[in-house]
Design a protein around this ligand. Structure first.
Ligand code: MG
Length: 267
C-alpha cells in the first residue's frame, strides 16, 4: 500500500471511530422525554451483530403475497402502475429520480392489524452519510414509517435509524447488516382505532430486524413526521402499505402480509 493509501485508510477508520451525528435540537421534545425529535445527542443504540443471514421466511399458506420477485401487479405509484421500479433478480429497486412510475409505491390492497414480512437491501456501493445513505421506509397504513436505512457504520440520529419508528422511537439495538446484504423485518402491527373522529386506541408496533427485536409493542404517537411530533388524525381502519422512494437505490423482495383479526374478535 502506498503512503497515500495508508493515510486514506487511516482517515477512513478515524471517520468511523469518531462519527459526527447530524440531527436537530430545534425540534419539539418528545412527550415525557428529554430528547428532541431527531436528537443527535441521545445514546446510539447498541450494536448487536445479527446472524449472517435470514430469517428469510417463505410465505405461509394463508398469507397475501405482495411481492414474490416476479411482478409489481400488487403495487401502484401515485397515478398508475408502479412501472418505474426496477424488477431484477427477484427483487424490485427504487428507480433513478424522475423515472415515470417511480416515487413511493403503494399496495392496491389495504391492511389494518397484520403480520408483515419484508426483506430489503441497501446499495452495496456506499454513498452519502446519515439519512443520505440507503434511505427508504416501510410506511404502514400510508402514514407510519418503520425506517429503512443503511446503519452499518453510519451513525445518524437514533430516532431515524433502521428499525426506528421514524422521529419517535429508536430501535432497541442496531442489528444492521452491511450494505449489499439482504436484511429482514418481521412486524406485528396493531392499527389505531378511532371513534367519532377521535383516537380511541393508539397504534402499536413490534418489529424484528434480522431476527433481533428492535421494537417491542411500541406505542406510536401518531403519524411519523420529519422534524415534527407525530399526531393522530382519524382515518379508515385499513390503508395501503407504502414503500418510500427517498432517492437511494434500495431493493426489496419477499413481501407478504397476514391480516390479523382484532384481539376482541379472535375468540
Ligand atoms: Mg425513510
Amino acid at each position: 500500500m502506498t503512503v497515500a493509501g495508508v493515510v486514506a485508510a487511516t482517515a477512513g477508520l478515524y471517520a468511523q471511530d469518531t462519527p459526527k451525528v447530524v440531527g436537530y435540537t430545534d425540534t419539539p421534545f418528545l412527550p415525557g422525554d428529554k430528547w428532541h425529535v431527531h436528537d443527535p445527542n441521545r445514546p446510539q443504540p447498541q450494536i448487536v451483530v445479527p446472524p449472517a443471514e435470514g430469517p428469510f421466511t417463505k410465505a405461509p399458506a394463508d398469507a397475501i403475497v405482495l411481492f414474490d420477485g416476479t411482478d409489481l401487479s400488487k403495487w401502484q405509484a401515485g397515478n398508475g402502475a408502479a412501472s418505474g421500479w426496477v424488477l431484477k433478480d427477484g427483487s424490485m429497486m427504487v428507480p433513478p429520480g424522475g423515472t415515470p412510475g417511480g416515487g413511493d409505491i403503494l399496495t392496491k390492497d389495504s391492511f389494518g392489524d397484520m403480520q408483515l414480512h419484508i426483506e430489503w437491501c441497501a446499495p452495496e456501493e456506499v454513498k452519502g452519510s446519515g439519512q443520505g445513505r440507503g434511505n427508504s421506509g416501510i410506511i404502514i397504513m400510508n402514514r407510519y414509517e418503520l425506517q429503512v436505512l443503511d446503519c452499518y457504520n453510519n451513525p445518524t440520529y437514533p430516532d431515524g435509524q433502521a428499525g426506528a419508528v421514524y422521529g419517535q422511537t429508536p430501535p432497541l439495538v442496531n442489528a444492521s447488516r452491511p450494505p449489499g446484504q439482504w436484511q429482514s423485518y418481521d412486524v406485528l402491527w396493531t392499527a389505531p382505532r378511532f371513534k367519532d373522529g377521535k383516537l380511541e386506541s393508539p397504534a402499536y408496533i413490534t418489529a424484528i430486524h434480522n431476527g433481533v427485536v428492535v421494537q417491542n409493542h411500541t406505542e406510536l404517537l401518531g403519524t411519523t413526521q420529519h422534524r415534527q411530533l407525530g399526531r393522530y388524525e382519524a382515518h379508515e381502519p385499513t390503508a395501503p402499505l407504502r414503500l418510500q422512494d427517498h432517492g437511494d437505490r434500495v431493493r426489496y423482495r419477499n413481501i407478504w402480509v397476514r391480516p390479523l383479526p382484532a384481539a376482541t374478535e379472535a375468540q
